[in-house]
Design a binder for this molecule. Structure first.
Ligand SMILES: *[C@@H]1O[C@H](CO)[C@@H](O)[C@H](O)[C@H]1NC(C)=O
Ligand SMILES: *[C@@H]1O[C@H](CO)[C@@H](O)[C@H](O)[C@H]1NC(C)=O
Ligand SMILES: *[C@@H]1O[C@H](CO)[C@@H](O)[C@H](O)[C@H]1NC(C)=O
Ligand SMILES: *[C@@H]1O[C@H](CO)[C@@H](O)[C@H](O)[C@H]1NC(C)=O
Ligand SMILES: *[C@@H]1O[C@H](CO)[C@@H](O)[C@H](O)[C@H]1NC(C)=O
Ligand SMILES: *[C@@H]1O[C@H](CO)[C@@H](O)[C@H](O)[C@H]1NC(C)=O
Ligand SMILES: *[C@@H]1O[C@H](CO)[C@@H](O)[C@H](O)[C@H]1NC(C)=O
Ligand SMILES: *[C@@H]1O[C@H](CO)[C@@H](O)[C@H](O)[C@H]1NC(C)=O
Ligand SMILES: *[C@@H]1O[C@H](CO)[C@@H](O)[C@H](O)[C@H]1NC(C)=O
Length: 895
């Protein structure tokens, strides 16, 4: 039992180690452009099989323990070596002996403590050395040979002192990072090793600094930048610091999170003689700044006061005469006194986002004559109703950008921005504006280029809405509830320079064909999330609405989520510049052939989440030509040869990026392929069957044709014979017998049995008397010329009549004279003249076979309008007369 367990455990250990082996065999250094990336490989040694001409080596995140010149012999071209995140505790002297070109050496996150003499002796080309997150002991001037070093990072090293050496060194150092150490004081001589150095940045953040000894910062050759974030300074030590900085070259001072809650008149006095240009006082819970506190900072250009909580008094900014950039994000409390900003006559950028103050008055911004950019985003103040007074204090400025997003605006009065004639960008997005835009709201914005109105409550547009801003280039109207755009003229007509128009998410269901007419510069059109499906339907009254017809420069068109289930074939015609087309999330199934014929330079096409079953060349060929991104996933593809073979072939060769091709392009039909990937569709089978298919089609066609002919002859032989006769007569030149209407003396010759004479006289003579119809019948008894044989008279009369009426009764069928001679001549006449000129009137119900047997006529030989039945009911007689007149007047030419 025990040995079995042992055996099992041994086996599993072996299995595990085999697996680990596999894993590490699979991974190896990636080499690209002479740079070898060997990070995260659990290496304990530097690989010896890399190309020896590599210039960069990243061996970070491994398990190296020591590093010496011998390890680098092979890679003498190295310029960059990253050995951070290892367990290196020992460096050997002359580290750079074999890598004289090394410029960047990163050794952060190791276990370095002692740095033996001469480790960096030959690292003369080194410009950047990162030793952060170690426990470096800085005795013995370890860096004294690094004459070209620019950046030295010794952060997180438990250093107790900033003193890195006794003798003057590092004359080219620009950045010294000493943050997160244990430095409590800066002594007078601490920085004397930098007495010949011009530091752009000295970072002492997150040190428990308590004391700045007199002259400590003056020891540095030039100190341009000092970062003391997260050092507990408070007001007293801040003041002491500023005194120590007086007459230094300091330009950039960062005092963020230094617990400076109060600034007095003299706090910054020490900075008076400096050229300080950048001051960061953010996140200090500053609640009191005394008047004139910044009077000493006449060179200051950037002042960051964000995330504090102070009141702007009228003299707060006194003396900041060079200030260009003021950040007041989330920093104010109470009201802003009038004329507070007028000291800042060079201010260009004023950012006041996320504040809560009672109101903007007619003098809040007075004096900011150089202001270019004002942001009041997310301010809770009196902006609900913007009047022509709100920004009147900026009338003398040349403000170019005004950002008023999320400021709870509900109404814009006319002329609200009329004092901002230089404004280029106006952002009114994410507000609660609810009004009809009459156009006067934007009056005076003579140089405006962009207006953002997206995400407002309800903007009703009119034809004049943008009449005063013809210079507009970008108009954003996303989700503003402007569902009615069926306006004439279009509100966008004045905007001939428009390049971007966003009217998405508005539930627009009705627009006119000319909505975008004249927007010849339009580049981007966003129409997604509307309800445009009906406009493109075949059955739309008046036909599909082709609203994209006049946009020759359109590059990006978004029609996602519009419920589209039909696309008219002409709709994208002329859009030659189209590069991105999004038709995703619609209900499209069959797209018409040639739809994309003008879109041969399309780069990105989105048709995902539609109902597309087939992807055929005749539709998609042009669109796929230069495509780089295709998104057509989540469609119910029909994986048959006809529907998908061309697409499968294209997928196999295309260079285009197709996200989800391996998972989201799935066959729906036929059942055999349901659930399998389109990518796996084997189109080779389709090609083999092609000749057989053609043969099959031809054979089927021939057989069907034969069957048709046989059936036709069987059932319709007599009709064929009839028309054949007509045709032969035409071809053989009986054409001259075609005559004009006027050439006939009678409208109709009436053939009837003697017994039916009474009915004929009664009905036909009464019709003739009807002036309105102007009909003349040829009745044997009445109209035959005297002295001419009945035989001859019949032939002549038939010739002179436009139509021939048979009054069909049992008597007629038995009348031999009619049966033989008259019917024969009538038919002959009809055939010769190519005329469908016979009208049958049935006084009785006569079977078709009897008719054929007796007169060689069938009902089917005649047009239905030429077959009339004498009605049994009296009331219908006039309708019968009407029918008869229609039949007589009908064109009798056989076509
Ligand atoms: C460096 O070389 C020494 C001696 O050849 C060797 O023991 C050590 O593992 C090597 N270190 C690395 C990181 O390659
Ligand atoms: C570096 O060496 C590799 C092979 O060792 C060679 O293919 C490559 O061309 C060399 N690169 C340069 C810049 O010499
Ligand atoms: C630094 O590298 C350059 C080549 O990039 C070389 O010419 C120069 O001699 C090197 N400097 C030192 C001090 O080694
Ligand atoms: C700051 O200095 C003043 C006088 O120099 C002193 O009264 C005050 O207690 C000091 N504040 C702190 C927090 O040390
Ligand atoms: C401030 O700048 C001026 C002009 O650039 C220069 O003359 C002066 O020396 C600078 N002051 C200090 C303290 O660096
Ligand atoms: C501001 O609007 C009011 C009416 O609302 C008008 O009387 C006044 O003239 C307008 N002021 C300017 C400068 O347009
Ligand atoms: C306005 O500010 C908001 C919030 O900071 C920002 O998202 C938006 O892009 C700004 N608008 C412009 C036109 O820069
Ligand atoms: C439209 O743009 C052109 C060229 O940039 C410019 O000359 C013209 O003044 C602009 N039209 C309007 C109404 O601003
Ligand atoms: C894809 O193309 C390769 C060669 O380009 C060919 O061997 C392979 O059969 C093709 N696959 C399909 C499914 O057409």
């Amino acid at each position: 039992m025990g040995s079995a367990i042992l055996w099992w455990s041994r086996l599993s250990v072996r299995l595990v180690s085999v697996c680990l082996l596999c894993a590490s065999v699979g991974k190896q250094c990636q080499i690209q452009n002479e740079m070898a990336d060997c990070s995260h490989l659990k290496l304990t040694q530097i690989p010896s099989d890399l190309p020896n001409n590599i210039t960069g080596l990243d061996i970070s995140h491994n398990q190296l323990r020591q590093l010496g010149p011998a390890n680098l012999t092979k890679y003498s071209q190295l310029v960059y070596l990253n050995a951070g995140y290892n367990s290196i505790s020992k460096l050997q002297p002359e580290l750079c002996k074999n890598v004289p070109l090394l410029q960047i050496l990163k050794l952060e996150h190791n276990e370095l403590y002692k740095i033996p003499d001469g480790v960096f002796a030959s690292c003369t080309n080194l410009t950047e050395l990162n030793l952060g997150y170690n426990r470096i002991d800085t005795k013995n001037d370890p860096f004294k040979t690094l004459e070209n070093l620019n950046i030295l990072d010794l952060s997180h090293n438990l250093l107790k002192s900033a003193n890195l050496g006794l003798q003057q060194q590092l004359k080219n150092l620009r950045v010294l990072i000493l943050d997160s150490n244990e430095i409590t004081e800066l002594k007078k001589e601490d920085f004397s090793f930098l007495s010949n150095t011009s530091l752009n940045s000295l970072d002492l953040s997150s040190n428990p600094l308590k004391e700045f000894h007199v002259g400590c910062l003056h020891a540095i050759g030039n100190l341009f930048g000092l970062v003391l974030n997260d050092v507990e300074l408070g007001e007293n030590r801040t003041k002491k610091l500023c005194t120590e900085l007086s007459n230094t070259a300091i330009q950039n001072l960062s005092l963020s999170r230094v617990k400076l809650s109060y600034v007095g008149k003299s706090t910054f006095q020490g900075l008076q003689g400096t050229n300080l240009t950048v001051l960061n006082l953010s996140q200090n819970s500053l609640s009191v700044i005394e008047d004139d506190s910044f009077q000493w900072l006449s060179s200051l250009q950037y002042l960051n006061l964000k995330h504090n909580n102070f009141h702007i008094s009228s003299r707060l900014f006194y003396g900041l005469s060079s200030l260009k950039h003021l950040n007041l994000i989330n920093s104010l409390t109470g009201k802003i006194e009038d004329f507070s900003f007028h000291w800042l006559y060079h201010l260009e950028y004023l950012i006041m986002d996320n504040n809560n103050f009672p109101g903007i008055t007619a003098n809040t911004f007075t004096g900011l004559n150089n202001l270019k950019y004002l942001s009041l985003c997310n301010c809770n103040t009196n902006l609900q109703r913007i009047t022509n007074k709100t920004f009147s204090s900026l009338g003398n400025s040349s403000l170019q950008v005004l950002n008023l997003t999320k400021t709870r605006i509900s109404t814009i009065e006319s002329g609200a921005f009329s004092s901002l004639g230089h404004l280029k960008i106006l952002d009114l997005g994410l507000n609660e504006i609810s009004q009809e835009l009459t156009g006067r709201e934007f009056k005076g914005l003579n140089n405006i280029q962009d207006i953002y109105l997206s995400y407002n409550k309800n903007l009703a547009l009119q034809s004049e809405s943008f009449i005063f801003v013809p210079s507009l280039r970008k108009l954003m109207l996303r989700k503003v509830g402007c569902s009615n755009l069926a306006l004439s003229p279009s509100p966008f007509h004045p905007l001939q320079n428009l390049t971007v128009l966003d009217i998405s998410n508005n539930n627009i269901a009705n627009i006119k064909e000319d909505l975008f007419d004249g927007l010849h510069k339009l580049d981007i059109l966003d129409l997604q999330h509307n309800n445009l499906a009906r406009l493109w339907k075949h059955a739309n009254p008046g036909g599909p609405v082709l609203f994209l017809k006049d946009l020759p420069n359109l590059r990006i068109l978004n029609l996602k989520s519009n419920g589209l289930d039909e696309i008219p074939v002409q709709v994208f015609k002329g859009l030659f510049q189209l590069k991105n087309l999004d038709l995703g999330s619609n209900n499209l199934n069959m797209l018409p052939a040639t739809l994309f014929d003008d879109q041969t330079s399309l780069i990105s096409l989105n048709l995902q989440k539609n109902l597309i079953t087939s992807v055929e060349e005749k539709v998609f060929g042009p669109a796929f030509k230069s495509l780089r991104i295709l998104e057509m996933d989540s469609n119910p593809f029909d994986c048959t040869c006809e529907s998908i073979a061309w697409f499968a072939d294209w997928l196999n060769v295309t260079q285009a990026h197709i996200p989800g091709l391996q998972s989201q392009y799935i066959c729906n039909t036929p059942p055999k392929y349901h659930g399998s990937l389109v990518l796996h569709f084997d189109s080779s089978a389709c090609k083999d069957s092609a000749p057989f298919k053609l043969l099959f089609v031809i054979t089927t066609a021939i057989v069907m044709l034969l069957i048709f002919i046989v059936l036709s002859i069987h059932f319709e032989g007599w009709r064929i014979a009839f028309y054949w006769n007509i045709l032969v007569n035409r071809v053989l030149g009986f054409k001259e017998l075609d005559r004009q209407q006027e050439e006939f003396d009678y409208d109709a010759y009436v053939i009837h049995a003697r017994q039916d004479k009474k009915w004929v006289s009664k009905n036909f003579i009464s019709l003739e008397k009807h002036n309105h119809f102007q009909i003349r019948f040829c009745l044997e008894e009445r109209d035959f010329e005297a002295g001419v044989s009945e035989f001859e008279a019949t032939i002549n009369s038939i010739k002179m009549s436009r139509k021939i009426i048979f009054v069909v009764t049992e008597h007629l069928l038995q009348d031999p004279w009619c049966k033989n001679f008259k019917v024969y001549h009538a038919l002959q006449q009809a055939i010769e003249q190519s005329r469908d000129s016979i009208i049958l009137i049935f006084l009785q119900d006569i079977q078709d076979y009897k008719l054929y047997h007796a007169l060689h006529l069938r009902r089917g030989m005649f047009r239905s309008c030429c077959i009339l039945n004498w009605p049994a009911q009296k009331e219908r007689v006039s309708a019968f007369h009407q029918q008869l007149v229609m039949a007589l007047k009908s064109n009798s030419k056989v076509n």
